[in-house]
Design a binder for this molecule. Structure first.
Ligand code: DX5
Ligand code: ZN
Length: 215
């Protein structure tokens, strides 16, 4: 339905050379920059906040895709809307999810809904007709470099099946442990947007890593 896009996660880049890493990802064929914001509450890690996203967006020539792994996305939303093209929030976050998704669109961004590996797909079903993207987490959110959880492919299939049943058009994104092999499995299950940190930034030939992910 959608062409496969690759969104390298800047969490895995060399923060000391952020501008160069952004250029390197773009030159290698990245479609979006994926920015993982973590608050130390929603997940057991603190990554970076609005200032880092702003610095990335200022350097970026492709869309910024912001993944909010924070407890109160409704409260912090306004600090990301000017710098992001898409903003994804978690269904498990401590806010009115429907209202927050509407607020993201009202601010001029596209919106995504995500769920942790332990959350059943049914938890996001009521939001499917209000989102531009469904992000199926294929690892427990919080850290890069973890192993892909194959059981999550069933959620990707559910997202694809319901999209066609309901005549919707959201993108289906996977995030966590994505490499050539797990990326291909995800695309076969219906994913069209691949987030990859380690397998892209730690690969000397980034262009070939991205080309392989795109199939
Ligand atoms: C995990 C983040 C991911 C992570 C992916 O909480 O949402 O975007 O950076 O990293 P890899 O590809 O290394 O699993
Ligand atoms: Zn992410």
């Amino acid at each position: 339905m959608h062409p496969v896009l690759v969104a390298p996660s800047l969490l895995a880049c060399d923060f000391g050379h952020l501008h160069d890493e952004i250029r390197r990802a773009e030159a290698a064929g990245a479609d979006w920059h994926h920015l993982d914001v973590m608050d130390g509450h929603f997940v057991d890690n603190i990554s970076f906040g609005p200032a880092f996203v702003e610095a990335s967006a200022a350097a970026a020539r492709i869309p910024v895709d912001t993944h909010l792994m924070i407890s109160r996305p409704d409260h912090y939303l306004g600090r990301f809307t000017k710098t992001s093209r898409n903003i994804t929030i978690h269904v498990e976050s401590d806010c009115d999810v429907s209202a927050t998704l509407r607020a993201i669109r009202a601010a001029g961004c596209t919106c995504g809904i995500s769920l942790r590996p332990g959350t059943p797909f049914s938890a996001i079903e009521t939001h499917l007709d209000s989102v531009d993207l469904v992000l199926v987490m294929t690892v427990e959110p919080g850290f890069g470099g973890q192993a892909f959880q194959p059981a999550m492919l069933e959620k990707v299939r559910s997202a694809a099946r319901l999209r066609s049943q309901k005549n919707l058009s959201y993108r289906i994104q996977v995030d966590g442990g994505i490499n050539a092999e797990t990326g291909a499995q995800s695309v076969a299950a219906g994913a069209d947007t691949l987030v990859a940190g380690t397998s892209v930034f730690r690969e000397p030939d980034m262009a070939s890593a991205i080309a392989t992910l795109k199939g």
